[in-house]
Design a protein. Structure first.
Length: 328
């Protein structure tokens, strides 16, 4: 696995995230899904380990470090970064965010004018919401104490993170950054979402590879048959390539759009392939590969999804209008 950390401190944080995932998340994923939240004791331990503050600006951590930590958490439970990190992407770039739990949204249909925001955000993977950052074509807007309601139905994935709906009706908002800041925050969102998808996909691939080594058919492990061996090799190659692209794109919003779109495609394909390798077992609700597939699909829809990333990537090489306007 590629290591993104470059200092001893960063490596320590990554190892802490791996250990936290193995000891506190694995094995309890279904219980957390049923509860649609993580227990308060887990939030407390997450904060005590210093993991809850990695996306604060005063933490001074590079994007590569945050990518590594979120990827490690996602390998154990893809819901964990969204359910346990109270700040998430954007916090590392803005130092004066309100206290509490927030989220960044990219909704092309939102109307923002004269300091008022109107529109509906159908799903946010949070159990509560104290502030909201809106990425709009004219800049970055902050909504304090937005109105929200818990979802009555379960979302497809990221269920342990909770789920709520926000309905803005001329809700006051304040401009906290121009177009450049909005682009930088969107790039940060895509980097971290990409890391979650690739971390989850790598875990699904590892489960499929292990099963392929243990399941015997026609006198040898099924992974030793050429057809399956080639598929697993392709998955491993795709994972490493997508992760390298994600790492190399830091600091270049146009490249980040490409990397995010590619991560969405690769992660979903690898999870679907892992489910197929396991056969009937892969479709069972209590198997971790089934959960990875759902969680990756849900993550791929956040922050404008892969479609907006593809539009942004196209706009960097073609004479396109504003991608947010095209997506609305």
């Amino acid at each position: 696995m590629i290591e993104f950390g470059t200092t001893e401190e960063e490596q320590l944080f990554t190892e802490t995230a791996v250990r936290f995932g193995d000891e506190q998340l694995r094995g309890d994923e279904r219980e957390h899904e049923k509860a649609r939240q993580y227990p308060e004791t887990l939030h407390k331990l997450f904060a005590e380990l210093g993991l809850a503050g990695i996306n604060k600006k005063d933490a001074g951590l590079q994007a590569s470090h945050r990518i590594a930590v979120w990827s490690a958490l996602a390998a154990a439970d893809p819901s964990a970064p969204f359910g346990l990190d109270p700040i998430g992407p954007g916090g590392a770039l803005l130092g004066d965010l309100p206290d509490g739990m927030g989220f960044v949204v990219v909704e092309p249909g939102l109307e923002v004018a004269d300091g008022l925001a109107t529109g509906t955000i159908a799903w946010i993977p949070r159990v509560r919401l104290d502030w909201l950052l809106l990425i709009h074509k004219d800049g970055l807007h902050l909504v304090r104490q937005p109105p929200w309601e818990p979802l009555t139905s379960r979302p497809c994935g990221l269920q342990a993170s909770g789920g709520l709906e926000v309905a803005l009706d001329e809700t006051p908002c304040e401009l906290v950054g121009g177009q450049d800041m909005a682009a930088a925050v969107l790039a940060e969102c895509r980097l971290l979402a990409g890391s979650v998808m690739l971390g989850a996909a790598r875990d699904a691939h590892d489960a499929a590879a292990q099963y392929g080594q243990e399941r015997v058919a026609f006198g040898k492990p099924i992974a030793h048959h050429q057809g399956l061996a080639f598929q697993l090799a392709d998955s491993a190659t795709d994972l490493d390539a997508a992760q390298l692209l994600l790492e190399a794109s830091q600091g270049h919003p146009g490249m980040v759009a490409n990397a995010h779109a590619h991560s969405c495609e690769v992660a979903q394909r690898i999870c679907e392939r892992a489910v197929q390798v396991l056969g009937g077992h892969g479709y069972l609700y209590d198997h971790r590969v089934e959960k990875r597939m759902r969680d990756v699909r849900a993550t791929a829809s956040l922050y404008g999804g892969s479609m907006l990333s593809e539009l942004d990537a196209a706009a960097s090489v073609l004479d396109f209008p504003d991608p947010l306007e095209m997506a609305s």
